[in-house]
Design a protein around this ligand. Structure first.
Ligand SMILES: [Zn+2]
Ligand SMILES: [Zn+2]
Length: 582
């Protein structure tokens, strides 16, 4: 980036503070929030602190504090752009040594990815989860640690290349840290009630989201009164392939509900199967590949199930190999085979008939890097299923690099793409995508199939919520982007007349049975509001300065002028890409 327009310096000009509309607090001209007196009062009651998945979809972790106890629901990694991922390093505020136990809703990294770090920082309690969740966590946490190590190495090498040898980049955690976690696991089956300590009961119910995923029903005793808290975890889509439907819950005092698809519904499954068939037919006709970024767990197995169905219907050409190019997805598929008793009736039925819903003749699992590279040097049509699901890490990036720019190829998105990820940019229609520091034109046909989602859509969320019979139910929306949450909150208020709160990152909420909740913005609040007026004005000023120096440029020799022009054109090209992404 040429001198003068230093975007990094500009973006550091961020003012702190948001949420004035919700808490009634005001921001000063620099955005620093002042805390009204009523929030400074010491309050009794149960406290819930939102460590993540508050107005975002990742980083699920909620720390509950009762009189003498402190425990957590989930311990997820923050994923997305650099600003969001910085939160993974700020784990001191979790005060790990003082967390007595962690109850896990499921094995996804956005719900479990910080466990190694929390253990490294002194957590020594039990981590309760269902048996499939524990098995999946063992492979997912190791994989996550591996990614952390690779990224740190890559960044360190980059610094070295830039002559900055001092700047060694530490990984968030390493494989050894992930291995340490396993000793704290305690298996709990569905519908079995446990008492982690006096005053807390927990029951895990099938959430129908991924294998082993749970909705948590908690009974918390505070000052002799029992309150029922329900944490939905991620709520599955009814009629999802392989696994059962989400459990209907009828009572709660406080419900913490996910809202990923708070503002939209999914297309139906038959359409999804047809769309997948269409992508296969399109690229087969053109002799190109179908690239499917997919989460290793659940989504890949559902895709295998679908491809099994397409093969049965003769819609998957026999000379079109299907590669599952993800060692993790291969391991996850083995875990699925181990827990067939968690399958729904339909999948169990196929198994009973001796049919394996997770396989078909064209299927190959690749293990080594060499096998993975071979896929890209091979010609002819093929289907490649690889991780990560949002295309911002893993082998999928190599497959995109080799195919995104090819006419006739297709890229099929089968999962939610979070803001700030490569997948989201492609889905949003970017014409150029940067992968491995190289700009690639998007020429492949892009398919977005929402019907595969492991999340309930808007009407399914409302339907699930509609089963509650409790009169005084208080709803907290978590795990969703703010705009989706606002839409869903509006519908809940309108349809059920229930009070709905959308907590912010690091906010603390005090629950007192029979009384109104109290909200406290965290003093360590790290949500920074970007001052766009300042940034854009600053850039306009730079352009003005450039105009003022035009005569100076013109006075230079031709070679120097052409160098300035080159630098400006590069800057202009980047700006054009940025604008087209918006
Ligand atoms: Zn999940
Ligand atoms: Zn989630």
């Amino acid at each position: 980036m040429p001198d003068g327009v230093n975007l990094i310096a500009i973006t550091k000009w961020m003012a702190y503070g948001q949420r004035a509309e919700e808490t009634g607090t005001r921001s000063n001209p620099f955005g620093l929030r002042t805390c009204p007196r009523k929030y400074k009062r010491r309050t009794k009651g149960m406290k819930v602190k939102f460590m993540g998945a508050a107005r975002t979809v990742t980083g699920s972790c909620f720390i509950l504090e009762t009189g003498e106890h402190r425990f957590a629901i989930d311990c997820g990694m923050h994923q997305g752009n650099g600003e969001i991922e910085k939160r993974n390093w700020e784990t001191k505020i979790y005060d790990a040594a003082k967390i007595e136990c962690i109850l896990m809703t499921h094995a996804h990294i956005d719900h479990a990815g910080l466990l190694p770090r929390i253990v490294k920082e002194g957590f020594r309690g039990s981590i309760y989860a269902t048996p499939p969740t524990i098995d999946l966590l063992k492979i997912l946490l190791l994989d996550s640690a591996h990614i952390q190590e690779m990224e740190a190495q890559w960044k360190t090498r980059k610094h070295l290349r830039q002559g900055d040898g001092e700047n060694y980049v530490e990984p968030l955690y390493i494989r050894k840290d992930a291995e340490e976690v396993t000793q704290y696991f305690k298996a709990v089956d569905y519908d079995q009630t446990i008492t982690p300590f006096a005053g807390l009961t927990a029951t895990f119910r099938d959430a129908g989201h991924i294998l082993g995923a749970s909705i948590l029903e908690l009974g918390v005793t505070e000052n002799g009164k029992v309150s029922k808290l329900v944490f939905s975890g991620d709520i599955g889509r009814p009629a999802q392939l392989i696994i059962k439907d989400p459990t209907v819950i009828e009572t709660a005092d406080y419900l913490f509900m996910e809202s990923t698809y708070g503002n939209r519904d999914h297309k139906n499954e038959t359409d999804s199967l047809n769309e997948l068939a269409e992508a296969v037919a399109y690229s087969y006709r053109n002799g190109q590949k179908v690239i499917i970024p997919s989460f290793a767990v659940e989504r890949t197995q559902e895709l295998l199930y679908c491809l099994h169905l397409l093969d049965r219907e003769g819609r998957l050409p026999r000379d079109m190999p299907v590669y599952v190019d993800s060692p993790l997805a291969t391991q996850a598929t083995e875990i699925f085979r181990k827990y067939t008793n968690y399958f729904d009736e339909e999948a169990k039925g196929l198994l009973k008939k001796g049919e394996d819903p997770l396989t078909f003749p064209q299927l190959h699992f690749t293990r080594s890097t060499e096998e993975s590279i071979k896929i890209n040097t091979s010609t002819g049509p093929a289907v490649v299923v690889s991780a990560s699901g949002m295309a911002n890490a893993g082998r999928i990036r190599h497959h995109l690099r080799h195919n995104l720019w090819r006419e006739g190829a297709s890229v099929v998105f089968v999962g939610f793409q979070a803001q700030g990820t490569t997948g989201r940019r492609i889905v949003d229609g970017a014409k150029i995508i940067r992968i491995f520091n190289e700009d690639l034109a998007v020429k492949a046909r892009i398919f977005t199939i929402n019907g595969f989602s492991a999340h309930a859509g808007q009407s399914q969320l409302l339907e699930w919520l509609g089963c509650f019979r409790s009169q005084a139910l208080q709803v907290f929306l978590i795990h969703g982007e703010y705009s989706a949450q606002q839409t869903l909150a509006g519908l809940i208020r309108e349809r059920f007349g229930l009070p709905v709160t959308i907590p912010d990152y690091l906010e603390e909420i005090t629950l007192k049975p029979g009384e109104a909740i109290e909200r406290t913005a965290a003093p360590e609040q790290a949500v920074s509001r970007i001052d766009w007026n300042y940034i854009i004005l600053d850039m306009e000023n730079r352009l003005k300065q450039l105009r003022e120096r035009q005569s100076r440029i013109e006075a230079k020799g031709w070679v120097e002028q052409s160098e300035v022009r080159e630098r400006l054109l590069e800057l202009n090209r980047r700006l054009t890409t940025l604008i087209s992404d918006l």
